[in-house]
Design a protein around this ligand. Structure first.
Ligand code: ZN
Length: 209
């Protein structure tokens, strides 16, 4: 039987996912970051500035969910990405989230280009694939929370935190304009599947333009 990503050790799973997403053009260069929750209120996340097609299992940091403190690094020079703050918010807000994947794709950027700048949501088309996000309805009316891309990523994380305090998103995903998606799941395999589904929908929207 196939070995699924959740059966691999967390960092081994993330290395495999990074290679796969890099090959598809969703993690070009050093873009994006991937994390898995550990058992003690912390998460393993890809270190900043490393080529995603060539990661090794030592290219990770472990960050405390509560306060963002680095509790373990496997290289003395491994630096946390500013985008760690987004993963931190996801783990704080959603106790069931055990993996969080953030990628930069051309299609996701194109898909939100025509959405008015004041809009805070990105409506999803009622495609069969929406079921893969856990929404089983005949005519699903689902939108992804949409956030502005800001130079200071901690301000994006603060905006996500603030909005999710008021209303939790129906789908386990969010979009940052001109930047990319962040998706979470109950383990690495589920989060991986959901990235594929959201990117499928983004490709559909980009081509429909
Ligand atoms: Zn990013």
């Amino acid at each position: 039987m196939a070995i699924t990503l959740d059966q691999l050790a967390p960092r081994a799973a993330l290395v495999e996912i990074a290679r796969d997403f890099h090959a598809r053009g969703w993690m070009a260069g050093t873009a994006g970051n991937l994390s898995v929750r550990a058992d003690d209120d912390s998460f393993w996340i890809t270190a900043s500035g490393l080529p995603k097609g060539r990661l090794e299992e030592t290219d990770f940091l472990r960050m405390r969910i509560q306060d963002g403190e680095i509790v373990e690094r496997l290289h003395a020079n491994a630096k946390p990405s500013a985008e760690c703050s987004i993963h931190q918010v996801v783990y704080q807000r959603f106790p069931d989230a055990r993996a969080c994947l953030h990628v930069h794709s051309v299609d996701a950027c194109l898909a939100c280009e025509d959405i008015p700048s004041a809009a805070q949501e990105m409506p999803l088309p009622p495609l069969e694939m929406v079921k893969g996000l856990g929404i089983w309805e005949q005519h699903p009316d689902v939108a992804l929370p949409l956030f502005d891309n800001l130079l200071d990523v901690t301000r994006i994380a603060a905006a996500i935190d603030q909005r999710f305090q008021v209303v939790a998103p129906r789908a386990p995903a969010l979009m940052i304009r001109g930047h990319g998606i962040t998706v979470w799941g109950s383990d690495a395999q589920e989060a991986y599947n959901r990235v594929e589904i959201v990117e499928f929908i983004m490709s559909y929207l980009a081509r429909r333009r």
